[in-house]
Design a protein around this ligand. Structure first.
Ligand code: AMP
Ligand code: ZN
Length: 471
């Protein structure tokens, strides 16, 4: 069955044609490890996980590379502002290296708890300085670069189709729009290598000229042919993707905000250097919103997976919440919607428990589910198929477990009901209610039921006594 995927580059859903039979090279832009990932970031990684699971479900062997941005990502995407890593180090009184190590581990823990399959390779930007310098040198040799007082820049006017991914030509910056140009020649030009200390002249020897000035020394910096400095943000992805997947490779992904700047610039520098496409298919996940805004790492609406766990909600409920929306649609987060997803997930576990273990194979069901997921990852449609089959009793547990290879909701581990550890005070109320019932004090037992319900629990009477579960 063909796999159709929406390609941002061609603006249409296309049949996937892997470059090497039976194999797919997949590159996904990873986290900037200066803070915890917020649940918006995690939405993007979840969409990529669904893509990868779909490729594997179709029998393809996937080589998945995700970078860790541990240097060079400035607070403004327009190559100005502070390096996010150095900023994180100042905030926490640690070294930038310690910050990178800490938040990389936190990221891996988060994706593990969301049952996102780990990438095959997780290269870091700081581990690939040599490769990035080599790429910048290649671009310099081909005449695509120029030097300013603060770094080496890519000259976008030298590339006739610059901006094709985002269709930038048709949305040129409005005349008079303010652009932080610095010494740049064109508004879209971007940094390939930045000098730690801006030089006064255009010569590498001058890179230290501002010594003694008020600029604080960077923690992360390297020697280069252009002076001591650090790579621009975009060059790391071009260098590492090509190193591990070759050029071109099959699929490149990221969040929708990467289209106009980061991915546009990756394409520009990689195509300029090698004269061929970087990747054949470019896929982008839409934003998670909170209210009308996008969730961002700064600002009040910063919710992490830990915030969700602190409210006693299973991380997989957040996964289920995300699965209910197509990856190319914006999705608004609310605690009510997450709670509803948690009930939905528990309901799914219960419904699967009630299914027969194995029925004769239902080919039509398998085919319908497969068609949905191969149709640009239509997981909401796939879930609809599953629920319909459950309600009509045409599915069995084996099929549900098979479909869970895509959903990743750990259905197999939930075939038996898990005893939930109740908070001590709640367990005490339940025990008190059992005592009251045994003594036939029904008014007291009713009062305790109401109290438990008011605290957000469902109370059922079973032969083993009061059963308390979260609403
Ligand atoms: P960062 O760690 O800031 O480099 O971002 C990691 C990933 O999260 C990128 O692919 C972004 O495009 C994506 N991202 C950032 N904000 C959101 C959001 N609100 N919803 C979904 N994805 C996002
Ligand atoms: Zn990237």
């Amino acid at each position: 069955m063909p796999i159709k995927l929406y390609n941002t580059l061609t603006r249409q859903a296309e049949k996937l044609k892997p470059l090497k039979k039976g194999r797919v090279g997949l590159y996904t832009c990873g986290p900037t490890v200066y803070n915890y990932a917020h649940i918006g970031n995690l939405r993007t990684y979840l969409f990529e996980d669904i893509l990868k699971r779909t490729l594997v479900y179709n029998g393809l062997q996937v080589k998945h590379v995700m970078n860790i941005t541990d240097v060079g990502h400035l607070t403004s995407d327009a190559d100005s502002g502070e390096d996010k890593m150095e900023k994180g180090a100042k905030r926490e009184g640690k070294t930038a290296w310690e910050i990178a190590d800490f938040y990389t581990k936190a990221f891996l823990k988060d994706i593990g708890e969301l049952n996102i399959l780990p990438p095959n390779k997780l290269p870091t930007a700081t581990g690939h300085i040599k490769e990035q310098i080599t790429l910048v040198k290649k671009l310099e040799k081909k005449g695509f670069t120029y030097q300013t007082t603060d770094g080496i820049y890519f000259d976008t006017s030298k590339l006739p189709d610059y901006g094709k991914l985002a269709n930038l030509k048709n949305q040129e910056l409005k005349a008079g729009a303010r652009v932080d140009m610095g010494d740049k020649k064109n508004p879209h030009d971007f940094a390939l290598w930045k000098l730690s200390v801006p030089s006064r002249g255009a010569h590498p020897e001058d890179a230290t000229a501002a010594e003694g000035s008020s600029i604080t020394k960077r923690q992360m910096e390297w020697k280069s042919p252009w002076g001591v400095g650090f790579p621009g943000w975009h060059i790391e992805c071009s260098a590492m993707a090509t190193k591990y997947l070759g050029q071109p490779f099959d699929i490149h992904c990221g969040g929708i905000d990467h289209v106009p700047v980061h991915h546009t610039n990756e394409i520009a520098q990689s195509e300029a250097a090698f004269g061929k496409p970087l990747a054949n298919v470019w896929m982008h996940g839409e934003f998670l919103l909170i209210g009308a805004d996008k969730m961002a790492k700064s600002g009040e609406n910063f919710i992490t997976l830990q915030t969700i766990k602190d409210r006693g909600i299973n991380p997989l409920a957040y996964r289920y919440f995300l699965l209910q929306a197509h990856y190319r649609k914006q999705l608004a987060f609310s605690w009510e919607a997450l709670k509803a997803a948690e009930s939905g997930l528990n309901h799914l576990y219960q419904a699967v428990r009630a299914l027969p273990k194995k029925l004769p194979e239902n080919k039509a069901l398998h085919e319908a589910f497969h068609q949905h997921i191969n149709n640009d990852l239509d997981i909401p449609g796939g879930l609809g198929i599953i629920w319909k089959a459950i309600n009509e009793k045409t599915a069995d547990q084996k099929t549900a477990i098979h479909f869970d290879e895509i959903l990743g909701l750990e259905i197999k581990n939930n075939l038996k009901e898990k005893k939930m550890a109740l908070p001590k005070a709640v367990a005490a109320l339940a025990a008190e209610r059992d005592t009251a019932r045994a003594a036939k004090k029904f008014a007291e037992s009713d009062r305790l039921r109401k109290e438990l319900e008011a605290q957000g629990y469902v109370v059922e009477d079973t032969k083993d006594g009061t059963r308390v579960t979260k609403k």
